[in-house]
Ligand binder design. Structure first.
Ligand code: HEM
Length: 310
């Protein structure tokens, strides 16, 4: 019989049957953590101690849900995520300072109250990440240095997830197929006035790699994603990108021709540009740390070090 943890003070995960996939995954954890030589996911330090801490179960449950409760698949996805995090250091990226010229105005995180729930019955508070890719001024500068772009994009993602406060979560995540995960974020891509109608190689490479990383290492983090202000001539991009994504992911996507339509989906606290009554994103939201470009005159660089923007 399972003994409830009487000596712990935090929230207690619902009792699990001995055959529950979460039990199985818990039992693999000591070996996984040892072999990966890393234990942190989304700011939660996974622990193989017994009883399994609540926040560890939360992360394990996300990996199980993403793999329809297939414990072997969940465990190999978790292993590869631990290895990736050990190398990429997403929490460090989260606090890095980024070049304002390249990334200023391109990403925000808001916590919105009054978001209508999918069943239309109530409202909830949601973490929403905004990618204003239409505001990119110089695509070579933003996307040309792939690793730099990825660090910025991952920083934004980690900052949004940090808003979910997973380490102090108290609500358990339902089993696969048994209800929604309350610890997810929403995302918006705003393509208003994109300057380049062709997907050039820099954009292609950056979006491909971002999609790969999020698919592999951020399972069950997204609830819904909206693409707004999509230029008519670029509608085909949606069809093309869909091909490389899981069906369950595509089901979360909605394309809206106009930004103002977002108010119907996210409620009246969105900025005016999106049909609401909220202030502009730069007042409403937070972003990564940004710094103006260093004065070229004071710090001359050898011309070959980076690809200069044409
Ligand atoms: C994903 C940039 C045009 C649909 C992405 C990503 C980037 C990106 C960097 C990676 C995922 C992320 O950052 O969250 C751009 C740029 C565009 C452009 C710079 C303009 C030239 C479009 C258009 C559509 C579109 C017109 C049509 C709706 C998508 C979809 C994804 C995506 C469906 C996958 C999203 C995901 O997996 O979460 N785009 N994109 N993109 N983009 Fe675009």
């Amino acid at each position: 019989p399972t003994t409830a943890a009487s000596n712990t003070t935090g929230p207690v995960w619902p009792e699990l049957a001995a055959s529950h996939p979460l039990k199985d995954l818990q039992s693999k954890l000591p070996k996984l953590l040892k072999e990966a030589d890393y234990a942190e996911v989304y700011g939660v330090t996974l622990s193989a101690e017994e009883p399994t801490p609540f926040s560890t179960n939360l992360i394990l449950q996300k990996f199980l849900r993403a793999n329809s409760n297939d414990v072997d698949k969940a465990s190999s996805q978790l292993f590869s995520t631990l290895k990736w995090r050990k190398e990429f250091q997403p929490l460090k990226a989260k606090d890095e300072v980024f070049d304002e010229e390249r990334f200023g105005g391109l990403g925000y995180i808001t916590v919105l109250d009054g978001v209508p729930s999918a069943d239309g019955k109530g409202h909830s508070k949601e973490v929403v990440t905004w990618n204003i890719y239409g505001a990119v001024k110089d695509h070579k500068a933003t996307f040309g240095d792939l690793n730099g772009f990825l660090r910025w994009r991952v920083a934004l993602m980690e900052r949004s997830i940090a808003q979910l406060n997973l380490s102090s979560a108290t609500t358990s995540i339902p089993d696969h197929g048994a209800g929604a995960d309350p610890y997810t974020i929403m995302q918006i891509h705003d393509y208003l006035s994109v300057k380049f109608l062709r997907m050039d190689p820099n954009i292609k490479a950056a979006s491909k790699k971002t999609i790969e990383i999020f698919q592999a290492h951020y399972p069950e983090t997204l609830s819904r994603k909206f693409f707004v202000n999509v230029p008519v001539v670029m509608g085909w991009v949606f069809g093309a990108v869909k091909l490389v994504l899981a069906k369950e992911t595509v089901r979360k996507f909605t394309v809206l021709s106009y930004g103002e339509y977002l108010v119907n989906e996210l409620g009246s606290n969105v900025p005016k540009a999106y049909g609401g009554k909220g202030p502009e994103l730069k007042e409403l939201g937070e972003t990564v740390k940004l710094e103006p470009t260093k004065q070229a005159a004071t710090a001359p660089e050898p011309p070959s070090s980076t690809t200069a923007a044409a």
